[in-house]
Design a protein around this ligand. Structure first.
Ligand SMILES: C[S@@+](CC[C@H](N)C(=O)[O-])C[C@H]1O[C@@H](n2cnc3c(N)ncnc32)[C@H](O)[C@@H]1O
Ligand code: SF4
Length: 452
């Protein structure tokens, strides 16, 4: 049996731990208030903030994000007002003086909000949570609606990270998925943003209808020439039973599984030759990027917004937003209408969540370390989890019946008393390795969701 056959198992993606299917709808507003008070009560040095703007001018037929059509735009003002109220409610639970190291506007399409409104909202956030000197202010933009004036207003207001959804440079592919191309030539836009001191990320998707290995390779060549600081190649997730908009795609034009693999492999080669370093499955960064440096030092982290170099708690606002706090996760309601009405009624708009005990948190820290850095050190896990290295190993099944001996024999990792190192061949199996450390693996939902 080949290694691919042996390890071809259903394992969680581990974008959070516990995975989101363990979040429980019995978790309510009182639980959320307790998690926020506990997290902020320990006076963290800094926190990260996430603000969700769900609106899109046109919904792309492939989209799997939590979005809604902008329509006439009449929901925007009440939504922004609800965001302010939610921020006030959360800030009231926190001691003064907590600083923000990062604020991320995601969506949907945050750049459907006019620049004045967004800048004034951001100033309000900075008055509630004092920014650190090197705060990262990041925004996801659809470049079809991004003009120079809008970009300059944000740059002047201190926005210093721009993530642009390109998906593919081929106009036919974009047409097929109901998406408009960039309003400005992407190379000029990126040069302008970088020239103004901002870092730029470009998003791409492979596996869309009409895409071919040759066509996507051309897109990657062009992307590498533009030299964004970061680049993500998402594998298209086709889940039409969950996302009704995807039923509008011409499924007969979806590339085969082999072609999809080839698209990724060629992208990896092109970006590698152009000097990009691969992080995780789908992120590529220039060698001097802060994420590349963090990886080299074994301190890369991940939250729902992507890779980062801090392990700060994330306080999240807006419909569907997920807060990642020391004691667990809180997800807001997904419907924009429900979000506005719940917040207007003076309540936190909680849909589901989970409290985690210190043991589960320890496992989460170990899995995050392994997934991001392809290595873990029990000392580092113990320090972050505030336990002993022995307790960290115990929490992760490391003394249990599930040893890693067969994986070591397969050459995908090496184990030492200090920790675990994933080999170059083992990187594609990192989720399988994480699952061996995971006491919840193979269980479904709430059974292991524990209270603090
Ligand atoms: C919130 S959007 C980015 C900002 C902006 N709305 C845009 O489209 O340019 C986040 C990214 O998720 C990716 N994405 C959306 N739906 C996806 C799907 N079904 N499978 C894989 N990636 C997807 C796209 O690359 C998209 O740029
Ligand atoms: S890809 Fe971006 S613009 Fe398109 S529907 Fe999704 S969030 Fe909106």
């Amino acid at each position: 049996m080949t290694l691919l056959e042996k390890y071809n198992r259903m394992v969680p993606r581990y974008t959070s731990y516990p995975p989101a299917n363990f979040f429980d709808t019995a978790f309510g507003e009182a639980d959320a208030r307790r998690l926020i008070s506990d997290d902020a009560g320990r006076r963290p040095q800094s926190i990260a903030l996430y603000v969700h703007i769900p609106f899109c001018r046109k919904v792309c037929h492939y989209c799997g994000c939590n979005t809604c059509g902008l329509g006439s735009g009449r929901q925007v003002a009440p939504y922004m007002e609800a965001l302010r109220r939610e921020v006030d409610m959360v800030a009231a639970l926190m001691p003064d003086g907590i600083r923000a190291s990062e604020i991320h506007y995601g969506g949907g399409t945050p750049n459907v909000i006019d620049a004045d409104t967004l800048i004034s909202f951001n100033s309000m956030m900075m008055s509630r949570f004092a920014p650190t000197a090197d705060i990262e202010t990041a925004i996801e933009c659809n470049p079809a609606y991004l003009d120079r004036r809008y970009a300059d207003r944000l740059l002047d207001a201190g926005f210093n990270r721009f993530s642009l959804g390109i998906q593919d440079f081929d106009a036919d592919v974009l047409r097929m998925v109901n998406r408009d191309p960039s309003a400005l030539p992407v190379d000029r836009l990126v040069r302008h943003l970088q020239g103004s001191g901002a870092s730029v990320n470009l998003d791409f998707i492979y596996g869309l209808p009409g895409q071919t290995p040759d066509g996507f390779a051309r897109t990657m060549e062009r992307a590498a020439d533009i030299r964004p600081d970061r680049l993500v190649t998402f594998s298209y997730a086709h889940v039409p039973w969950l996302k009704k908009n995807q039923t509008l795609l011409d499924a007969s034009r979806l590339p085969s599984a082999d072609d999809k693999l080839l698209m990724f492999e060629r992208a990896r080669q092109i970006l590698g030759r152009a000097g990009y370093r691969q992080l995780g499955l789908d992120h590529f960064v220039l060698p001097d990027d802060s994420l590349s440096v963090a990886f080299e030092q074994g301190r890369l982290h991940r939250n729902f917004e992507g890779y980062c170099s801090t392990s700060d708690s994330v306080y999240a606002f807006g419909s569907s937003a997920i807060a990642q706090l020391r004691g667990g996760f809180v997800q807001n309601v997904k419907s924009v209408t429900d979000y506005i009405s719940t917040v207007s009624g003076g309540h936190l708009p909680v849909e589901r969540g989970i409290s985690v005990n210190p043991k589960v948190r320890t496992v989460g820290i170990a899995i995050e370390q392994l997934m991001c850095n392809y290595r873990l050190r029990w000392d580092d896990v113990a320090r972050a989890a505030q336990c002993s290295p022995h307790e960290a190993r115990q929490a992760c099944n490391a003394f249990g019946p599930q040893t890693l001996a067969d994986m070591e024999a397969d050459g995908i990792l090496s184990v030492s008393p200090d920790g675990i190192d994933v080999s170059a061949e083992g990187r594609i199996f990192v989720r399988n390795i994480a699952a061996r450390l995971d006491p919840l693996a193979g269980t479904q939902g709430k059974r292991f969701s524990t209270t603090a």
